[in-house]
Design a protein around this ligand. Structure first.
Ligand code: TYM
Length: 345
């Protein structure tokens, strides 16, 4: 059922910016995998609609993200790079997966809990009017079912993601096993996650107890892939560490220093624990981390600025056709297996 080469699928939201966590946790891994596996990468614009957006915002963010995917080194001839809403089977399978996922399973998702808390929390009143949670959409709640559909639609073997997506991929596995046991083995492929050894959880530089994120935390604590070298230096120099001045990799007790070691380790492909032994002070660690990050991002920034809108549109057109060619037969197979009446065509 799987393609001859194992297939990898992953997605990213078109939020308009890309931070160091997205790069070290996911995108860099995607560029390596494209030469080993049949790679499908999706800009998940329908997922972006789960939080309120201004008209035009999602389209603009999608273009920026597509440009970023090309800039980090994804090759549209090698990988399939496309926009989720351009392949309508995502919505179709998304509904079917919603009907095969338990309310309780979705209720346990920590990302839903965190995001709904930030929007003011769920009002458990039983009159259904709940004014305080009007902006918590049903889509925010069922989002992981759409994510599972994204993955299952491509007969995916491997899902490269940062640590924060682990729970969603585990849910996808549970749903896939359920589908196969109800509708027959081989109805869908059961995927596995792949989380990088360093950089899987990049933390906010100002709040090292929180992950680096597009939506939460201060700007000073978030390094954007497109930040100028001076901004990167300044943000790393001001990164929160602690008072005991010992360089040690200990995420629990020294989250700030450990985060810097993880970033340096991610940027230089070195184990953060062994890096700690080379430093006795925070100053040099910060200088080396800033230098490594600036060097890593410079070629990406140059490519980002050299790409035209036409390059981006061309890549997305190729991607949509390639994605559709995989998704359509998989969707038909699933429709038949679950027992929907065929169109007869
Ligand atoms: P998104 O857009 O929030 O993040 C994209 C990728 O970046 C990783 N990431 C991080 N890694 C390390 N440290 C961080 N601080 C950090 N922040 C983000 C994420 O783990 C992710 O790999 N639900 C997904 C998008 C999605 C998807 C999919 C992913 C939709 N369908 C199917 C995989 C397969 C999301 O919102 O990612």
């Amino acid at each position: 059922m799987s393609a001859q080469r194992p297939r990898v699928f992953s997605g990213i939201q078109p939020s308009g910016s890309t931070h160091l966590g997205n790069y070290l946790g996911a995108l860099r891994n995607w560029t390596h995998l494209q030469h080993e596996m049949d790679s499908v990468y999706c800009i998940v614009d329908m997922h972006a609609l789960t939080l309120p957006k201004e008209p035009g915002e999602v389209a603009e963010g999608t273009m920026t993200m597509a440009r970023m995917l090309l800039a980090v080194g994804l090759d549209p001839e090698v990988s399939t790079i496309f926009v989720q809403s351009h392949v309508p089977q995502h919505a179709e399978l998304g509904w079917i997966v919603q009907c095969l996922t338990g309310f309780g399973e979705l209720r346990r998702m920590t990302q839903f809990k965190d995001k709904s808390e930030r929007l003011g929390g769920l009002n458990e009143g039983d009159d259904g009017s709940a004014r305080s949670n009007a902006s918590i959409s049903a889509g925010l709640f069922t989002y992981p079912a759409l994510q599972a559909a994204d993955i299952l639609l491509y007969d995916t073997d491997v899902v490269p993601v940062g640590d924060d997506q682990r729970q969603h991929v585990e849910l996808t596995r549970d749903v896939a096993l359920r589908i196969n046991s109800r509708f027959g083995e081989g109805t869908v492929v059961v995927p596995e996650h792949r989380i990088p050894p360093a950089g899987a959880r990049v933390m906010n530089l100002q709040r090292p107890d929180q992950k680096m994120s597009k939506s939460v935390g201060s700007e000073a604590g978030t390094i954007e892939v497109l930040d100028e070298p001076k901004q990167i230096e300044k943000k790393i120099k001001r990164a929160v560490t602690d008072n005991d001045a010992e360089v040690r990799f200990d995420v629990q007790n020294k989250p700030g220093v450990s985060n810097l070691l993880s970033i340096l380790g991610g940027a230089t492909s070195t184990d953060p624990e062994s890096l700690a032994a080379s430093y006795t002070q925070y100053g040099p660690l910060k200088v080396d981390t800033a230098t490594a990050v600036i060097e890593m991002l410079a070629p990406i920034q140059a490519r980002f600025h050299s790409l035209s809108d036409a390059d981006v549109h061309d890549a997305l057109t190729i991607g949509r056709n390639k994605a559709h060619a995989v998704a359509n037969p998989v969707m038909n197979r699933i429709r038949t297996a679950i027992g929907l009446l065929s169109t007869g065509q």
